[in-house]
Ligand binder design. Structure first.
Ligand code: HEM
Length: 423
């Protein structure tokens, strides 16, 4: 099924999403400006709202509307999104999403099947199948929630189908509406044309898409693409705001861009790709410093020996911990230092490093499908935010900062920042 969506993340398509992403980045900046307390901007919350809205628009083709109305967000409000915005179905949908994210835990507060799976992976699936039939268990609640979320996604898909039929009924006389960019629309196109992919090279001709696939893909993107991206943006801003030399160097690079394009103009795809080398290093280093996906799972397909250890048979579970790799002093000297220059192409450290030492997006055929999408969004946001602001830690933020170690790393109490307008 993966090959079905890969074409949707080709560079040309991603470039087409820049204006949509930029509009939500502008709203993020406006929300920061409108925060009642400029000494305590709840940055994680605002960036998560942006990330969810961007997935809403680009994956589902609908406006979740979380960023709108976020302006009055004060420091005392909850860090979780979906607290009352939106209307009707969208609001309900976001509630289900929020509950789903609460279930995604990998610690001893998680469901019994997940806890067992941490120690004995082979019993996780049978145990989950059993427990999700037992009312009152966390597995049961998770299952019920997942069903509700999926039925809401089905309703969105059905709505998109109706819209398409209505557009077609408008007849040949009507001005043709621009083709929607979102990926449910692209998948519905592919289904109607009998294909198995999002079109273009790489689409899978042997795979017939069904509604349940579209739903599964949309669900996966909502869960995989929101908290991760918001966390990454928050880490970049948090870390830059306490490293003045990094900030000064980054500002020099970003300010150098403005005269080339004129103030207020968003960078285009080529500029994002190669016009901000230091920003690239800052993002890589932030993703090393705080590894957002602490675990990557694989199952062996054959007997294999790795580093002197034999993984005995087909089907053995293997957990990779990119966070441990990221602190390996042999690959990253002085790993506790936040030093983006270690990723400069000319740095000796960079040249000597093992190519798989830094794998925040995973590696191989199951690596993150949305990594370019995420980086595009983070870069657009950094360029825009630092055009208007510099940030400092809010006096009301805890020190040292605390984390929740779930399937996705999270700042336990968010990131609270002082936003200082640039002249
Ligand atoms: C900074 C943000 C992100 C990080 C750090 C991240 C990280 C990861 C990691 C570590 C994996 C597992 C890779 C593996 O097993 O080797 C993954 C998988 C995945 N990610 Fe991301 N991700 C991010 C953003 C996104 C976005 C924005 C989307 C969608 C728009 C997305 C969609 C997916 C999907 C669909 C998979 C499953 C791929 C598969 O199993 O074939 N991710 N991501």
């Amino acid at each position: 099924m993966r090959s079905t969506v890969v074409p949707l993340y080709q560079p040309a398509r991603l470039a087409g999403l820049i204006p949509v992403m930029q509009s939500y980045v502008d709203t993020l900046a406006a929300n920061i400006a409108a925060c009642p307390d400029q000494d305590c901007v709840p940055f994680c919350q605002l960036s998560l709202r942006m990330a969810i809205d961007i997935i809403g628009r680009t994956a589902f083709g609908i406006e979740f509307g979380l960023s709108k109305n976020a302006a009055g967000t004060g420091s005392s409000s909850s860090e979780s999104p979906g607290g009352g915005e939106g209307e009707g179905d969208v609001r309900e949908f976001l509630r289900e999403y929020k509950r789903s994210m609460e279930f995604v835990k990998m610690d001893l507060t998680s469901s019994l099947s997940t806890i067992l799976g941490l120690f004995l992976p082979c019993v996780q699936t049978p145990c989950k199948r059993l427990l999700r039939r037992v009312p009152g268990t966390a597995d049961y609640k998770m299952d019920q929630n997942e069903r509700r979320l999926c039925s809401r996604i089905d309703a969105i898909i059905a709505g998109r189908r109706r819209d398409r039929a209505t557009r077609r009924r408008c007849g040949p006389g009507a001005a043709p509406a621009p083709a929607p960019l979102d990926f449910i629309a692209a998948l519905l196109d592919a289904m109607e044309s009998g294909g198995g992919g999002g079109g273009g090279a790489g689409a899978n001709k042997d795979f017939a898409l069904a509604d349940r696939h579209v739903r599964a893909l949309a669900y996966e993107h909502l869960i995989a693409g929101t908290k991760t991206t918001a966390f990454t943006l928050s880490s970049v801003v948090y870390l830059v705001s306490c490293h003045p030399l990094v900030e000064a160097k980054l500002l020099r690079e970003l300010d150098g861009f403005a005269p080339r394009r004129g103030r207020g103009r968003a960078p285009d795809a080529d500029e994002l790709q190669s016009g901000f080398p230091y920003l690239d290093q800052v993002i890589k280093e932030a993703m090393r410093f705080y590894v957002v996906s602490p675990l990557i799972a694989r199952q062996t397909s054959e007997r294999v020996e790795i580093g002197g250890y034999v993984l005995p048979k087909q089907g053995a579970y293997v957990w990779l911990a990119p966070g441990v790799l990221a602190r390996d002093a042999a690959q990253f000297p002085d790993p506790e230092e936040f030093r983006p220059e270690r990723f400069a192409p000319e740095a000796e450290e960079e040249r000597a490093r093992h190519p798989y030492a830094h794998i925040p997006f995973g590696v191989g055929p199951r690596a993150c499908i949305g990594h370019k999408f995420a980086l595009q969004q983070v870069k657009l946001a950094v360029v825009e935010l630092y055009r208007r602001y510099v940030f400092r830690h809010s006096p009301s933020m805890e020190s040292p900062i605390q984390f929740d170690f779930d399937l996705v790393l999270a700042f336990r109490h968010g990131v609270k920042l002082r936003a200082i307008r640039r002249g």
